[in-house]
Design a protein around this ligand. Structure first.
Ligand SMILES: Cc1cc2nc3c(=O)[nH]c(=O)nc-3n(C[C@H](O)[C@H](O)[C@H](O)COP(=O)(O)OP(=O)(O)OC[C@H]3O[C@@H](n4cnc5c(N)ncnc54)[C@H](O)[C@@H]3O)c2cc1C
Length: 400
């Protein structure tokens, strides 16, 4: 029984589960929730080595949008955005989901062409998208500097009005509460250290809290996926990088949309509480340290100040980093692995928060039916050997 004063129980692990999910971030929790809700599978555990949502889930800048270039990406991210639109009601929790509009700025002719192309591609896929010239950008977001004397002048922007932000920890807590209510065991402080594989099939996980037998094992460990997969003998095409973000001191409302710039490497929104939330590009080296270089933050703030001179006297309150799992085509990897019964959901890199419900939905389906959901099919691991890549570097670039 859920204790009335707590959002979820803290059970000890059982000796065996039908499905063991490794990683209690947004994707692991959403997968557990949809396994129970959509497929009636409740003999499920989520094993989290730290605390629920202590990884990227509560470190991201919460930008939600679906304006990716290729059909496959538009389909999965738009599916996710549609789920977001009903999620607060469904989970009975205020997720502070705010569709305030996302601008992707263009600063040179290449950006303009890419942005316009993407607007057209989005519309063909039923994703709302508009092209704004510099004057229209200024009208939509009056505090942006559109001077043509800027080092990277604003030449226009794509706008997705249905894009926006949500409050990440509320999302995690809401998913955890509902999964728990269905009977899913959420087990914190339980690190998966290895896999028992018999005759090519995974049969159990080894953990810091002992052996746990599993019918199926689903990795949802974001930046640590390749380390885990290696323990099952699988080498994944993923690199783990630090990705940094920061918040400012609290301000009165001053920015009511999300602004992203791939060229100057910054993205900014203002949280409900009042902080400016800003993200950077990835730190260039591989690391698991959850911290990054100061020069990256410095460059990010210089870019932000050029775009928003009005922020010049704002103080930084806090900076941090998460470890993101970047794939060669900037698209996720979802589906079975060469080990029977072992599945992966990874490679969301710098942009997986927006996918939280959509990813959980298709991963749960894939696990329940032992075959990929149609939206997940193009994101199979074998695309790196067949060559059927889904290159979203343009839409993902600085990310998100
Ligand atoms: C600074 C920053 C800004 C970002 N901004 C955005 C954004 O604006 N929009 C967007 O869409 N995305 C954004 N992202 C990306 C997004 O946060 C991730 O793609 C997404 O959160 C990954 O899925 P997750 O929530 O399940 O990951 P995580 O929350 O990282 O969950 C993985 C979990 O697995 C656990 N784990 C790892 N190894 C083990 C083990 N051996 N045993 C047990 N548990 C283990 C970890 O402790 C962790 O809790 C950003 C990321 C960062 C770091």
């Amino acid at each position: 029984m859920t204790h009335p004063d707590f959002l979820w129980r803290n059970p000890d692990p059982k000796p065996a589960y039908d499905v063991v999910i490794v990683g209690g971030g947004g994707h692991g929790l959403a997968t557990a929730y949809y396994l129970a809700r959509n497929h009636g599978l409740t003999n499920v555990a989520v094993l989290e080595r730290g605390w629920l949502a202590g990884g990227n889930m509560a470190r991201n800048t919460t930008i939600i949008r679906s304006n990716y270039l290729w059909d496959e990406s538009a389909a999965i991210y738009e599916h996710s955005l549609k789920l977001w639109e009903g999620l607060s009601d469904e989970l009975d929790y205020d997720l502070q989901f705010s569709q305030r509009g996302v601008l992707n700025l263009a600063h040179n002719l290449g950006d303009v062409r890419e942005g316009r192309r993407r607007v057209n591609a989005n519309r063909l896929n039923g994703v709302d998208a508009e092209w704004l010239d510099a004057d229209e950008v200024k009208k939509f977001c009056p505090i942006i500097n559109v001077s043509d004397r800027a080092r990277y002048p604003v030449m226009g922007a794509t706008l997705q009005r249905r894009g926006g932000i949500a409050k990440h920890d509320h999302v995690a807590w809401a998913l955890a509460r509902q999964a728990d209510a269905y009977g899913v065991d959420l087990i914190q402080g339980c690190q998966v250290t290895g896999f028992e594989i018999t005759g090519g099939r995974v049969t159990a996980v080894e953990t810091s809290r002992g052996r746990i037998a599993a019918g199926k094992v689903a990795l949802a460990a974001a930046g640590h996926t390749s380390v885990l997969a290696e323990r099952a003998g699988i080498r994944l095409p993923l690199q783990s990088h630090p990705l940094q973000a920061l918040v400012s001191e609290l301000l009165e409302p001053v920015l009511d949309c999300v602004v992203m710039s791939n060229a100057v490497h910054v993205y900014v929104s203002q949280a409900h509480k009042g902080e400016l939330v800003m993200g950077a590009g990835i730190d260039a080296y591989n690391s698991y340290g959850q911290r990054g270089g100061v020069h990256v933050i410095e460059a990010q703030m210089a870019a932000a100040l050029e775009l928003f001179p009005i922020f010049s006297r704002v103080r930084v309150l806090r900076t941090w980093a998460g470890i993101v799992d970047v794939s060669p085509d900037a698209s996720p990897i979802i589906g079975p692995t060469p080990v029977e019964g072992l599945y992966i959901n990874a490679g969301w890199g710098t942009g997986g928060f927006k996918a939280t419900p959509g990813s959980g939905w298709v991963y749960a389906h894939t696990l329940a039916h032992d075959r990929p959901h149609s939206l997940a099919e193009p994101f199979a691991l074998d695309r790196f050997t067949t060559g059927a890549l889904i290159d979203e570097h343009g839409a993902a670039a600085v990310a998100h």
